[in-house]
Design a protein around this ligand. Structure first.
Ligand SMILES: NC(=O)c1ccc[n+]([C@@H]2O[C@H](COP(=O)([O-])OP(=O)(O)OC[C@H]3O[C@@H](n4cnc5c(N)ncnc54)[C@H](OP(=O)(O)O)[C@@H]3O)[C@@H](O)[C@H]2O)c1
Length: 335
């Protein structure tokens, strides 16, 4: 490993047991040591996702299979990271100290330093800030991967297509609205009253306020339904599609179709047995996929919707905001 003079300890937000966001506290930890194919990043920004909440709670229980059965195996949460490479593992070829990168942290990004696999980060364009880069790692990738799975890969001319995005003011939904709109689709976004103007500003042609109208009352004309919430039964969404339209049941939360695992089982079972047009996807980062997101950010084709930027010391509050299920876009933490 190549290093320069680095501190031996760092501030981090840690958890020693599963629970709500208030189990997170500030601590001083040794710097994480990068594995041979990892880099060490001085964190400039970390963004939070529902996946981080799952690991804080240990719920859905399946996250305990790799997160630790009785208590968390690793104490630092946070997947999305942006910052400067300060050390590289012995097998890392592509990255040098001083490179500014974003992507998926291996050691937890709610800290002053985090490690990341060399093939799960990409360079931050010069015109893009660390907050926007961190905010775009998991959520923008999931939006892209979801649209790909729905048959709308990047470069698709989607003019004439109708796309429904449920959770349009959330992390993934806010990117999905922008991506579908820039592909030429007619986009309907679903959110609550306070987010209607925001979702319109993201580019949605129509907005349904779910506190006033039912999603199920929409016309049955959608080519793609990207559901990031899971509050409407999958079968009811399927009824809103055209004869070739597809539904992406993308939610890890409990709802009428059960939790994350049950929704995956139902997606595949109904697809195979009832020939429903459901598509599942699991978004995983790679340098190439993150580079594509970086280009969209640099070109201004997508702009992250930022709910709040909080200092690291308020990491617990940041996690609680995401756990509420009502963040408006991304919650970002800066050391
Ligand atoms: N497949 C994958 O690989 C993958 C990857 C990442 C994440 N995910 C999953 O994707 C889901 C969405 O993630 P996210 O980061 O977008 O979540 P998020 O940012 O936490 O979503 C919050 C948004 O959801 C909206 N919302 C809450 N209830 C709603 C309802 N009934 N109808 C419409 N909107 C509602 C809220 O708007 P209001 O405040 O207006 O209600 C809020 O803006 C999560 O369950 C996550 O587990 C999947």
């Amino acid at each position: 490993m190549t290093t320069r003079t680095l501190p031996t300890t760092m501030k981090a937000i840690v958890q020693t047991r599963y629970g709500e966001a208030d189990v997170l506290t500030s601590a001083s930890l040794p710097l994480p040591a990068p594995e041979p194919d990892h880099v060490l990043i001085r964190v400039e920004a970390a963004a939070l996702n529902p996946a981080d909440v799952f690991y804080v709670r240990g719920v859905p229980r399946m996250v305990r299979l790799d997160g630790g059965l009785r208590r968390p195996k690793s104490s630092v949460r946070g997947h999305d990271v942006a910052g400067e490479v300060v050390a590289v593992g012995d097998r890392v070829q592509h990255w040098r100290r001083g490179d500014r990168v974003f992507g998926e942290a291996a050691s937890g990004s709610l800290a002053e330093y985090a490690t990341a696999a060399a093939d799960r980060i990409a360079r931050i364009p010069a015109s893009v800030g660390a907050v926007d880069a961190a905010a775009s790692a998991m959520a923008a990738l999931a939006a892209r991967d979801g649209l790909d799975a729905a048959g709308m890969p990047a470069g698709t001319d989607a003019s004439g297509m109708r796309v429904l995005v449920i959770g349009a003011s959330g992390g993934i939904g806010s990117f999905a609205v922008q991506m579908a709109k820039s592909a030429g689709a007619h986009v309907t976004g679903v959110c609550s009253t306070r987010n209607v103007d925001t979702v319109r500003a993201l580019g949605a042609d129509a907005v349904l306020d779910y506190t006033r109208e039912a999603v199920t009352d929409l016309p049955a004309w959608f080519d793609v339904i990207f559901d990031n919430v899971g509050a409407v039964p999958m079968e009811s969404l399927h009824a809103l599609t055209t004869p070739t339209g597809v539904v992406l049941p993308n939610s890890g939360l409990d709802g009428p179709d059960g939790g994350a695992l049950m929704r995956v089982v139902r997606t595949h079972a109904r697809r195979l047995l009832l020939r429903r047009r459901y598509r599942g996807f699991v978004s995983t980062p790679s340098t190439a996929k993150l580079e594509a997101i970086a280009r969209l950010l640099a070109d201004g084709a997508v702009t992250p919707l930022i709910d709040e930027v909080l200092p690291l010391a308020r990491g617990s509050e940041a996690m609680a905001r995401v756990a509420s299920g009502h963040a408006r876009g991304k919650v970002v933490v800066t050391p």
